[in-house]
Structure formats: C-alpha cells, structure tokens
Design a protein around this ligand. Structure first.
Ligand SMILES: [Zn+2]
Ligand SMILES: [Zn+2]
Length: 116
C-alpha cells in the first residue's frame, strides 16, 4: 500500500466553487492538509482513479475551505463527492447532487483523482 499524498476534487458547498483538496497520511490516518480553488478550465493533472481507504480527518493546520472558510469536509453518501462542511452547520447539502441531511459517521474511503 502506497500512502503518498493525493488530491481529490473538492467542491465548496456554500458557493459551489470547484477546488482540490490535498490529503497526507499522518499517524495512520488521512489528514486534509489543504484545499485550493481550482479554475473551471483546469483539470486535474492525472485522471487516474484510485480509491483510498482508512480514516479521514482534518489536520490541525487546515485553514478551511478556500471559498467560505468552513473548517471541515464531508463525503456525500449518495454520489461520493467531497464538499466543504463547517461544524456549526446543522445540515449538509451536497453541491454535486443536492443530497441533504445531517452529517453522521466518519469518512472511510475517498476516490482520488490523481497522485502528487
Ligand atoms: Zn466552502
Ligand atoms: Zn452528492
């Protein structure tokens, strides 16, 4: 198992701006270490799909969503896409498919769009 840092498409659930999140393997779990805005015309460099499993969390150094500063993230249970999430929000609305509901459980796998 290769635990190299990887990038995942990430959408701001407030503004629907597309972005890219970077995960790094730290202390036996994947930590979200940063997210950046992605211009709509720029596609991820590598389109290779690979699935990462494990537990997912936010790094203490994570500075929040680049668009709305939400301090965490959620993976949609329906379409599996990642969106920003703030712990103060009562519900999550998926920016990709519109799925809406309270956030529960942890994230156990994420499909990456490419490696660094
Ligand atoms: Zn956001
Ligand atoms: Zn969804």
């Amino acid at each position: 198992m290769v635990n190299a840092p990887f990038f995942v498409n990430f959408t701001c659930s407030s503004t629907r701006h597309p972005g890219v999140a970077r995960f790094e393997w730290v202390n036996e779990q994947w930590l979200l270490v940063g997210a950046s805005r992605q211009r709509p015309e720029s596609n991820p460099v590598a389109a290779e799909q690979r699935s990462q499993s494990g537990s997912f969390a936010c790094a203490s150094t994570y500075t929040g969503c680049p668009s709305c500063k939400a301090d965490s993230f959620v993976q949609c249970g329906r379409c599996q896409s990642l969106g920003c999430w703030d712990n103060s929000w009562p519900e999550y609305t998926c920016p990709a498919c519109g799925n809406q509901g309270p956030v529960s459980g942890g994230i156990e796998s994420v499909s990456a769009t490419g490696s660094s």
